[in-house]
Design a protein around this ligand. Structure first.
Ligand code: NA7
Length: 538
């Protein structure tokens, strides 16, 4: 405890976002005593931190919502197809209250160290506020996109205006009216924030390094009758989502893009672009080879480039916004509202930082290789140390005092993205080697949490004290994750999926690309076999 005593619980859960809250609830339902920690001032994880204007989920609310409680999923009413951050946070706060989770969560408290005591077979956990807790189980629900990255450009501390990373947006908001504003970064967060800043700022300058494919979100309020219709067959919808590739049900495509006439393809892409309720999934799932064949992918990439040329008035600007360097979908495609249209506004300009690189932040703004741009506010939509960043930021030591960060120096190694050899009773929710970030996160989160909960219940029923992945199982899984990735176009692009946005991070494609349905079958088979690939003590 903060008063110097060590508290004992059955499990420590690190993080109180969507995964941590559900893990906490699940373990409490099994009768475990649990202490959760979160560094933020409130629960909600991603949806607590990302308060920038325009922040919203890009998976449909009815698919993104928790499915574990039939009453919750029936009673909660969503207002929009893709709700904004405020609504998501309201939902998460409701869940924390509804299931009585708050007394077990210590906020404003970061776990800094966790060490496995081999004699006692318990984890010793410490926080930045002086807590000391021991626990049989340590569950990392630390999120895949929770450690913000600042650009590796000097001088930010000298800038005299205000600057904010999108994922550390102040609760009270930022006054942008009449201001000269810069946004650095044009991926999901940048694409969401740029159109709204453009409406408020006197002038907005967008600094773009890599153009992205931005698909129209076609967001809209949910009609009550449509919401009712989904809820009437919710169990079926959820089952289909769980068995799908991306965690959102879609009829399996039987043809490759080149197997149909060009006009048929074009008609499909047009329909998806202008009039589809699930544009991103429909686009990526419409043909069965878009993530495998460059030739097929080129058809959809060119379709999007043509739309950009159509929407953007200035042909030079349109050209700058067209992505050429990577296939569509191999880094996270963005859903946007008025994104390309925003570059037609007279108060918006675009700077290509590949042509004129960022040199430094100055007291008055940003200097590129070409000139100094004056700003009042700088918005950094520059991303995260993804997937592994929050895990390696904590000093986690397993058997023999071995550190997780050192073990992963050449790239993450795990069994199922859930367990790590040498780290007994440590579980990672949506860890590297799981399909989570390529999917509807909620489907992955629920599957991981339930699998871990079931494993812990089985251990307790069988009188086992520890559970640990074998080195052989971990090797085989890590190889398998890589082999599947190599069958796709995914590793061809620089992205946070391969860690290339963080200097010095080993280039490894971290997610499991076979899809959530296939992954679930493997996890279920392993559990049914008595946890093949794991060893137990006790
Ligand atoms: P991302 O996807 O990591 O995007 C970060 C953006 O910032 C991207 O456009 C980067 O360009 C750009 N960036 C990063 N560093 C720099 C520097 N130094 N100079 C110029 N531009 C830079 O983060 P997001 O927050 O947008 O989205 C994260 C995920 O959240 C998203 O995938 C969804 O799953 C939800 P780059 O492409 O690296 O050239």
């Amino acid at each position: 405890d903060a008063d110097g005593r060590t508290r004992e619980v059955d499990a420590v859960v690190v993080g109180a976002g969507l995964s941590g809250l559900y893990m906490l609830h699940r373990l409490r339902s099994l009768g475990l005593s649990v202490q959760a920690f979160d560094g933020n001032e409130g629960v909600g994880g991603t949806w607590y931190a990302n308060r920038y204007p325009g922040a919203r989920v890009d998976v449909k609310s009815l698919d993104y919502a928790y499915s574990f409680d039939p009453d919750l999923e029936q009673e909660w009413e969503w207002t929009e197809k893709y709700p904004a951050q405020e609504e998501l946070l309201r939902y998460i706060d409701h869940v924390a209250d509804r299931f009585g989770l708050r007394p077990h969560i210590r906020l404003r408290t970061r776990v800094t160290e966790a060490e496995f005591d081999e004699g006692a077979e318990r984890w010793h956990v410490r926080t930045d506020r002086g807590d000391r807790v021991t626990a049989q189980f340590l569950i990392m629900a630390t999120g895949c996109l929770s450690v913000p990255r600042l650009p590796d450009v000097p001088g930010l501390d000298r800038f005299r205006g205000r600057w904010h990373h999108t994922a550390q947006w102040p609760e009270e908001g930022v006054d942008l009216a009449g201001k000269r504003v810069a946004v650095i970064g044009t991926a999901s967060s940048g694409v969401q924030v740029i159109p709204l800043i453009a409406e408020q700022a006197e002038h907005l300058t967008v600094f773009q390094r890599t153009p992205n494919f931005v698909i129209p979100a076609n967001n809209h309020p949910l009609k009550p009758e449509d919401q009712r219709a989904v809820k009437a067959r919710y169990a079926e919808v959820r089952k289909a989502n769980r068995e799908s590739g991306f965690g959102v049900a879609f009829p399996e495509a039987t043809k490759g893009a080149m197997e149909v006439p060009a006009e048929e393809r074009e008609a499909y892409y047009r329909k998806v672009w202008y009039d589809d309720d699930n544009s991103l999934v429909s686009l990526l799932s419409g043909y069965n080879d878009l993530i495998i064949s460059k030739e097929s992918n080129d058809t959809i990439a060119q379709f999007v480039r043509d739309r950009i040329a159509e929407v953007v008035d200035d042909p030079e600007v349109a050209k700058e916004l067209q992505p050429w360097d990577h296939p569509l979908g191999v880094k996270r495609p963005c859903l946007g509202t008025n994104y390309y249209e925003t570059f037609n506004r007279p108060n918006v300009s675009l700077v290509n930082v590949r042509r004129t690189p960022l040199v430094e932040f100055t007291p008055g703004g940003i200097r590129t290789s070409e000139k100094e741009h004056p700003f009042d506010v700088i918005v950094l939509a520059t991303g995260f140390d993804a997937i592994t960043g929050a895990l390696t930021a904590i000093d986690i030591r397993g058997r023999g005092g071995a550190g997780l960060a050192e073990k992963w120096a050449e790239g993450p190694r795990s069994y199922l993205g859930i367990a790590v050899a040498g780290f007994p009773n440590l579980f990672t929710i949506t860890g590297p080697g799981s399909p989570s970030v390529l999917s509807n996160m909620m489907v992955s989160i629920e599957q991981h949490v339930e699998w871990v909960g079931d494993a812990i219940a089985a251990m307790r029923a069988g009188g086992k004290r520890t559970m640990e992945a074998t080195a052989e199982a971990e090797d085989a899984w890590t190889r398998h994750v890589d082999e599947v990735a190599q069958m796709t176009l995914y590793p061809t692009a620089d992205s946070w999926y391969v860690g290339s946005n963080v200097p010095g991070k080993p280039r490894v494609f971290m997610p499991y690309a076979a899809g959530v349905g296939v992954y679930r079958q493997q996890c279920d088979r392993i559990a049914a076999s008595g946890y093949e690939g794991f060893v137990f003590t006790g």
